[in-house]
Every structure is written in structure tokens, then in C-alpha cells.
Design a protein around this ligand. Structure first.
Ligand code: 2P0
Length: 330
């Protein structure tokens, strides 16, 4: 059976950084994100006795071994086990944005493969179940199953059955926008998984991160409910800086920012001081995501043209949940 799904990436307003269970991908802290419509993955999965091994093709290129292949096979195994099937699969996937450059490709990727593969395996899972399985592929993928504004609940249970993404506001809730500013499309040197593990193990301030995250989550959720842009933007920016402060102070240090990242951060702070309200957030990479209101997108996009070192700019509106589509990739 064959099925195709699309899933959007998401950008965290309060970050996921650190695991309490690496196998089940359970986080040390909850997080809140916006599913974004500008960056998505489309994936077709077919299980068939005619495949002798799992085949994985990403953006037209077959990946036959290595970390990405192994993670995909492991994820298919989880779904095969749940569905009670043994057939190998062909997986074809396409991203409309750079892979593994700190742009949440694993979030949209594992959300899309979870939905497509579970359907192709004959299952009709609800969003909670899909989110829990997507989480096993990549933690942040648990948030890309839902649309709009999403909270990934940390959960308390050891089996992870209460750690999944829930929608806190739909995509059309308000005119909150993110402008993803790409400063480098090179593959990053330290992947998120390794970066967060190193932070948990060696950063003396990680405990302070954990002590303050829930306050940020509560503030962002209240800000979204109240459509209070200042509260959401300022809390999200500060939360991102706190996360980066923990990575910068690991051994060895992890510094994802480049010159252009810094220029954009300073520009955003300057614009804000002069009345153009915007905030920044960065993930495990050098890209900057600028948060603003819809009315200011034009002015900010114009000002970005004067900043050196920007490779691309992607406007992101709140996006829809992952969904099944009819047009298969093969
Ligand atoms: C986030 N990041 O909340 C945080 C902020 C990066 C920085 O979720 O190890 O690719 O596969 O669970 O999901 C990226 O981490 O990591 C991420 P794994 P994932 O968006």
C-alpha cells in the first residue's frame, strides 16, 4: 500500500533542549512552537514484498547508508511493529528548504513519514498517536503533526504516552508572522541531538535553563491567548538567548551564530528601539527567525535587503497540520 503526506516545519517560541530519555525521545522540558507554512516536507511511502530492503530517497538522491538512513529504517520498524507488518518500504521525500541547516527539516520530515507510513501500513492513527510516534524520530517532529500554535507537553510518564503535541491556537488565530532569514545553507557541524546531550552533560547553567523554562511557556501561552505580541515576542527572544547561553558554555563550546546572524540580531534590536517592533529567535544553526506582526512584514523585508550576508528570506505564516494528499511522488 502507498500513501503520501505533507507536513510543515515548526519554529519553537520556547525551545526543546535536552532529553530525559534518549531512546523514547522524552524531553527535559516542554516547548511551544508555531507550525510554519513556508517550509514543508512531502513524503510518499510504499510497503511492498517486492522491496528487499528499505529504500530512502531524499530530494532525488538515494541515501543507502549512514545516520539519516539508519534513523529512517528505525522509524519504519516502529511503524511496522505497531501495524504488525514485515514488508520493506520505499520512501521518497522532498523538502522545499535546505536540509539540516537548523531549519527544522527533521521536524517536518519525521511528521510526514509518520503520517504517510502509518497510513501505508493500514493504520488510521489519531493526532496524539501520530505525535508520539513522530517524536521517536525527532523530538520536535511531535509538534509538526498539529497546525497553528502547538505545545509539546513534557509529560511525566516513563513510557512517554503523555508526551506529545497539542494545538493551543489554530493557524488563523492572529497575524503573528515569522521571517526566516537564511545566512548559510551549509550542513551544521554539531547536530541538535549531540548539542543538547553535550549541554546536559557539561553546561553549569543547564539547571538554570530548566528552572526558568516553564515560566516562559506559561507567558507565551498566555500571550498567544491574549494576542499580546510584545509578551510572546519578548519571551521567545529571551528564551532563545537562554538556550544559546547554555550551548555557548558547554565543553567544547557550541556557537552556531555567524557574522550575519549577529548583524541581524543587532538590527532587530535597533528597529525595535526605533518603534518597529520585532524580535528574533535562533535554533541549532545560524539562521535567524524574525517574529513580527503581519502589518510590518513589508517594512522588515525591505530593511533586510540592506544587511550583508543574507542568502535567502522565507516568510512564514502559521501553517496547517500534517495531512494526507493524493499526488504521490512515485
Ligand atoms: C526546538 N531544536 O525546540 C529546538 C531548539 C533545536 C533548537 O528541536 O534529537 O532535531 O532529533 O530530538 O528535534 C531540534 O531538535 O532533535 C530542536 P532530536 P530535534 O526546536
Amino acid at each position: 500500500m502507498k500513501a503520501t503526506a505533507t507536513a510543515n516545519a515548526n519554529i519553537a517560541l520556547t525551545k526543546y533542549w535536552g532529553k530525559r530519555d534518549k531512546k523514547l525521545m522524552l524531553p527535559n522540558n516542554g516547548s511551544v512552537s508555531m507550525t510554519v507554512d513556508g517550509m514543508h516536507t512531502k513524503t510518499t511511502v510504499e510497503f511492498s514484498p517486492s522491496y528487499e530492503k528499505d529504500i530512502f530517497i531524499i530530494n532525488g538522491k538515494e541515501i543507502g547508508e549512514g545516520n539519516a538512513y539508519d534513523k529512517t529504517v528505525k522509524h519504519l520498524d516502529l511503524i511496522r511493529e505497531k501495524a504488525g507488518i514485515r514488508e520493506k518500504a520505499k520512501v521518497m521525500t522532498e523538502n522545499n528548504f535546505p536540509t539540516a541547516a537548523g531549519l527544522a527539516s527533521s521536524a517536518s520530515g519525521f511528521a510526514a513519514i509518520t503520517l504517510a507510513a502509518s497510513k501505508a501500513a493500514g493504520m488510521n492513527l489519531d493526532k496524539r498517536e501520530l505525535s508520539i510516534i513522530a517524536r521517536r524520530g525527532s523530538g520536535s517532529a511531535s509538534r509538526s503533526i498539529e497546525g497553528g500554535f502547538v505545545e509539546w507537553q513534557k509529560g511525566e510518564k516513563e513510557d512517554g504516552s503523555d508526551s506529545y503535541g497539542v494545538q493551543i491556537a489554530p493557524p488563523d488565530h492572529w497575524g503573528f508572522r515569522m521571517i526566516a532569514v537564511i545566512t548559510s545553507t551549509a550542513q551544521k557541524k554539531v547536530k541538535s541531538t549531540a548539542g543538547m546531550a553535550q549541554t546536559v552533560d557539561t553546561c553549569p547553567y543547564y539547571k538554570d535553563w530548566l528552572a526558568t523554562v516553564q515560566g516562559d511557556i506559561d507567558a507565551v501561552k498566555q500571550g498567544i491567548a491574549d494576542k499580546d505580541f510584545t509578551r510572546v515576542g519578548s519571551t521567545a527572544e529571551y528564551n532563545a538567548l537562554k538556550m544559546h547561553a547554555t550551548m555557548i558554555t558547554t565543553k567544547p563550546p557550541i556557537i552556531y551564530w555567524n557574522d550575519a546572524t549577529m548583524r541581524i540580531m543587532h538590527s532587530v534590536m535597533g528597529w525595535r528601539d526605533s518603534g518597529l517592533e520585532s524580535y528574533f529567535t535562533m535554533d541549532a544553526g545560524p539562521q535567524v527567525k524574525i517574529m513580527c506582526l503581519e502589518k510590518d512584514v513589508g517594512e522588515i523585508t525591505k530593511r533586510l535587503k540592506d544587511i550583508e550576508g543574507i542568502e535567502d528570506v522565507v516568510l512564514c505564516k502559521p501553517g496547517e497540520a500534517a495531512r494526507l494528499v493524493d499526488d504521490h511522488l512515485f
